[in-house]
Design a protein around this ligand. Structure first.
Ligand SMILES: [Zn+2]
Ligand SMILES: [Zn+2]
Length: 368
């Protein structure tokens, strides 16, 4: 049992509030207690409060988690419902997601604005969190290419910076001062409330906070600074990669104006091999040997990933005997070990015999 403060209480809202109210309450508190804005002697207090607020919103902002919380309170995790505390539901990742969401929605609906005290540093910090979309691309490669690694070139359509205007959106990169915010990037809104006039500063919606606007729109991107284009990207496929594994190519996702590029994820599909079957880092194959080879013993040449290998078959080998060649499998994609090759020996019973062979078998039968 925990004696933590109620999440609704932390956010200062009633239990039945809808999502919008909840989000607003969170935003207000998160901005107020953002650690960057703490006075020197209150850093710890702000951090603690900020963490509390964020944790509360992580739970209540998620419909499923909120329902669990409403039914079981802080003990939801103890009920085995995949609760939030034991599973580390409140993680840094989550927090940054919420934060990104928080700031992005600010930019999207910039008339709502932020309070005047909102420091310059958090303003810029927030801006830097903007990122283009992540992209996914399915790539089919040959069995050998997966085993030994390779380099591939793919062509994808994605958002890229407009070359003509250098992402400014302006013809000949010529910008002028935004007339709405006089180059400040921010505008002041006076809001009449029951408590008096409340001054709010908001990002300028004409220049998106940049303070500058194109003299004339760039024609290539229609002033967006970003265009949709087909581009070629070289991908390094690591040795040992397998079906459904993913390669992350940093910064090759969609571009976004004044933000960093998203990432590109390559999902690998491997074509099957004619002879070899792969399971993990091991490879498996069937290999036929003749009745006399199995009976008398012999040396045979076996195909391996790197060529052929001679192996000895003992006399009296039975069909279905498995031969293991250590280290002839696939090198693990993480480089930890190399798998083995397994050969299933299949004895072929002769179906057609010539006269001489038939005579020999008959003699064999007589001696048995
Ligand atoms: Zn352009
Ligand atoms: Zn402006």
């Amino acid at each position: 049992m925990t004696n933590k403060t109620d999440y609704y209480e932390i956010l200062g809202v009633d239990k039945g509030v809808d999502k919008e109210v909840l989000k607003k309450a969170y935003k207000k508190l998160a901005l107020k207690y953002h650690p960057d804005r703490a006075p020197k002697d209150k850093k710890e207090k702000y951090e603690k409060k900020f963490k509390e607020i964020s944790e509360a919103y992580t739970i209540l902002g998620d419909d499923k988690k909120r329902k669990q919380y409403d039914s079981f309170g802080h003990d939801a995790s103890a009920q085995g419902f995949g609760g939030f505390e034991s599973s580390g539901g409140f993680s840094g990742d989550n927090l940054s997601d919420i934060f990104k969401d928080l700031f992005e929605s600010h930019f999207a609906q910039n008339t709502k604005g932020y309070t005047e005290q909102w420091g310059e540093s958090s303003f810029r910090g927030a801006y830097n969190t903007r990122a283009g979309d992540d992209l996914q691309y399915g790539l089919t490669i040959d069995f050998e290419e997966a085993v030994f690694g390779c380099e591939k070139e793919i062509e994808i359509r994605k958002h890229v910076s407009c070359d003509s205007c250098g992402e400014t959106g302006a013809k000949n990169k010529k910008l002028e001062k935004c007339d709405k915010c006089h180059g400040e990037g921010r505008i002041t809104i006076n809001q009449r409330t029951p408590f008096g006039i409340f001054r709010q500063v908001a990002t300028c919606d004409k220049c998106n906070g940049e303070g500058k606007i194109p003299k004339q729109k760039c024609r290539h991107c229609n002033g967006q600074g970003i265009v949709n284009d087909k581009i070629k990207i070289k991908i390094k496929i690591p040795e040992g990669i397998d079906n459904d594994q993913m390669i992350r190519v940093e910064g090759k996702g969609d571009a976004i104006k004044n933000g960093r590029n998203g990432n590109l994820f390559i999902v690998i599909n491997v074509r099957p091999h004619k002879i070899f079957k792969r399971e993990g880092d091991n490879i498996y194959m069937n290999f036929p040997i003749s009745f006399s080879q199995a009976t008398l013993g012999c040396k045979i040449s076996i195909p391996t990933l790197k060529g052929t290998k001679k192996i000895k078959i003992a006399s009296g080998t039975e069909s279905g005997t498995i031969v293991r060649l250590r280290g002839e499998g696939i090198k693990n994609v993480n480089g930890y070990r190399t798998g083995d090759q397994f050969i299933n020996l299949k004895i072929q019973t002769p179906k057609k015999l010539n006269r001489k062979q038939k005579k020999l078998f008959e003699e064999l039968a007589k001696s048995e």
